[in-house]
Design a protein around this ligand. Structure first.
Ligand code: 5RP
Length: 236
């Protein structure tokens, strides 16, 4: 495992490790996206190298997780080759008290939803700053949109009461383009009282591929915190 000294990074590393430690030999593992899951993928690679873990295959949720899995020696497969996923490990941008989530900070929520929902056990890895009383408090809802439908989708989102903003690239001119070749609209809502229905309403807009509200799918949330300069991992 890479030596990390920054306390926040160290905490993310510990949460990622705690999740990766749950993976058993012979498992099919959903590999989430983001900086916390990256440590879980790295630790899976370490466990494989040491021989403590054997015969696992990963299903990546993004180009990022595919690259990391290859770098750390985690063998990969696809959903065409397996009929189930034993465990998926993934990050989140917000977690509410019912363990519903907002995801998509890395614009990977479409593939993440496919993989995470298929898993027998979906383990979420976050730091305590991601815990909210109500979804939408700190983070906008990412919505993946096919490019030709951008304007009508934005108009329909406004009619639902949302404030949409096209996600723009950083160190890239123009919008963020997803692994599927689509765009992402980040939607702020004054308050989200009913995440389940909002998820459905957004996905009902023609031209929307998927949105980042994940409801009733989480089996375990591992939460990292820095206490007195030391990383602590707890279950929600
Ligand atoms: C990517 C995601 C990530 O899991 C989420 O943004 C959390 O990432 P990080 O662990 O870097 O905070 O949903 O689409």
């Amino acid at each position: 495992m890479t030596q990390v000294t920054d306390p926040v990074k160290l905490m993310k590393q510990e949460v990622g490790k705690a999740a990766a430690a749950l993976v058993k030999s012979g498992s099919i593992v959903g590999l989430g996206t983001g900086s916390t899951t990256a440590y879980a993928i790295q630790y899976l690679g370490d466990r494989l190298k040491s021989g403590e873990l054997k015969d696992i295959v990963g299903i990546p949720t993004s180009f990022q997780s595919e690259v990391l899995a290859k770098e750390y020696g985690v063998p990969l497969t696809t959903l065409d080759a397996v009929d189930r996923i034993d465990i998926a490990i993934d990050g989140a941008d917000e977690v509410d008290p019912n363990r519903n989530l907002i995801k998509g900070g890395g614009a990977a929520h479409t593939r993440e939803k496919v993989v995470d929902y298929l898993a027998d056990s979906f383990v979420v890895v976050v730091d305590s700053g991601k815990l909210v009383d109500r979804l939408g408090s700190t983070f906008a809802v990412p919505v993946e949109v096919i490019p030709m439908a951008l304007t009508p989708v934005i108009n329909a989102i406004k009619k639902l009461g949302g404030k949409p903003e096209l996600r723009m690239g950083v160190r890239k001119a123009g919008p963020v383009i997803t692994d599927q070749g689509n765009m992402v609209v980040d939607v702020r809502f004054d308050k989200i009282d009913d995440p389940e229905n909002l998820e459905k309403a957004l996905n009902n807009i023609p031209g929307v591929l998927e949105n980042g509200i994940f409801v009733n799918c989480t089996d375990l949330v591992l939460v990292g915190e820095v206490i007195d300069g030391k990383p602590v991992v707890k279950e929600l």
